[in-house]
Design a protein around this ligand. Sequence first.
Ligand code: 3HC
Length: 283
Amino acid sequence: MENRKAMVIGTGQMGAGIAQVLASASYNVVLYDLDTQALQKGISKIETSLKKAVQKEKIKECEMNETLARIQDTTSLSNGDDADIVIEAIVENLEVKKEVFKKLDQIVKKEAILASNTSALSITELGSVTKRPEKVIGMHFMNPVPVMKLVEVIRGLSTSEETYKEIKSITESLGKVPVLVKDFPGFVSNRILMPMINEAIYALYEGIASKEAIDEVMKLGMNHPMGPLQLADFIGLDTCLFIMEVLHEGFGDDKYRPCPLLKQYVKGGYLGHKVKRGFYEYE
Ligand code: 3HC
């Protein structure tokens, strides 16, 4: 994959992680965000993560420097106009994503694939605002991106077999495992994970057990690395609520109704680990 160019849109937890794994796998990466402050934050997340890998002797210092040198940060989308693949990882808002896809379609070379890291939104709908719906696909990475093996690959109604094969091969080149799913709300990962998290929140809301007890049951009883409430904090409670709303609206089934306690936490700004308070408090 030497000399291949990728553009990553968004420098949040996911965008930074995606840029890191692409650069580590020898892609030249253009990392885009709206302002330089966001870009600096994104780059420093990548630096911190790579430095930890050096300390643990997983990579050499020179490899870290080479990886960082492959990442070019920019606030101009046109710096990625010759990218072979674009991966969008911005806020989970369909209208905002559609605007970005429209712009990308005009700017990026016509052979390029436009992928979205959306956790639940319709790939078909994103593809429909472009003139290349056959080249639009979902590439759903898991958090933390450098650690988690899965990439859920979502084929929209118009995504071509050629695009899917290309994304499968790119995913494998990153040392990840692609799993193909169809384009329905929440795909497979969040259709299963989020109702479980929502049910854990209901158990807390109904006073069935303490938060610690609920997490212990799932950690010790089911061998989950994190309890569901801890995981919700890690993912972000606003993201969890958003995904439940997409499932609820998309399927029109009340089994996906978000727990009132989840709504209350989000309204109160208890968004989880990123703001240092959610179900738990963080230093
Ligand atoms: N970046 C890079 N590496 C990281 C990392 C990060 N952010 N966080 C942890 N690691 C690495 C550590 O360096 C360590 O590596 P080592 O074993 O080689 O030393 C390894 O991961 C284990 O980390 P720790 O020992 O610090 O801690 P844990 O054993 O508790 O593991 C965890 C941390 C990997 C986050 C683990 O708790 C876990 O797997 N949690 C569940 C994660 C999960 O479910 N993710 C999916 C969320 S859903 C999603 O992303 C979809 C979205 O749409 C909502």
